[in-house]
Design a protein around this ligand. Sequence first.
Ligand code: GUN
Length: 294
Amino acid sequence: MAEIISGTELRSAILDELRTEVAAMRAEHGIVPGLVTILVGENPASVSYVSLKVRTALELGFHEVQDNQPADISEADLLALIARYNADPAIHGILVQLPLPPHIDETKVINAIDPDKDVDGFHPVNLGRLLIGDERFPPCTPAGIREMLIRSGTPIAGAEVVVVGRSNIVGKPIAVMLGQKGTDATVTLVHTRTKDLAGHCRRADILIVAAGVPGLVRPEWIKPGATVIDVGVNRIGFNEKTGKPMLSGDVAFAEACKVAGKITPVPGGVGPMTIAMLMKNTVLSAKWHLATNR
Ligand code: GUN
């Protein structure tokens, strides 16, 4: 049976490390990392994600500004709000929760964030930095995946990595990151138009699945002993008792456990790591601002 890589446990270890760093920063320099979370409207999933981010930031001792805006805020007003936080020296990280209402251009909003405060790592400047090996803020989900591989003792250098899915926030950046000099994996990026998807997956020492298709990866697609990272968060219904959404990953988990060497569960896998990496990026940003006196 596969070893379970618990994102919940790793998150807790990472948050402990960050808590110590924040306390040291406060003691030595009299500042703490500052994070603003901007939520537009009341999309239930976004409300729940943002409240977890706020709670975690407060728990670590950050300066946290929760800025909730109505769903009908104009694009111009949202851009002006971002400009204000760009200029605010107490704020080191700016997070605009996505998706945004349809009348607002997401690309424009992401591009308006100062790349040196873009702790989500979505700004083209940060993605460019990632591509040329000058990583500043890696996007949080790929950073969480890399951290899980490292902390679970999965060998990455020379490994065959197959990434299923080519999104800008998971597939493309994780493929670049793991293939980078120093990490040294051999990466194949596959997608909906790939021929023989199963054949590619079966070659993987590390299989990373971010396709958004529940149960896509069958046990026959997994090389015995491989490490399987399931990034899928598919809502497959509601729990009748709690009313909470029930989640399922992109991997047929129970069967995959019989073949894989290590595997991440859903929930409790990659999800908790994403928030931990957001906090880590915010601490990084505060340190960078401190070191460069900006
Ligand atoms: N919506 C879903 N995931 C994310 C994320 O990681 N960051 C932001 N800003 N919005 C999201």
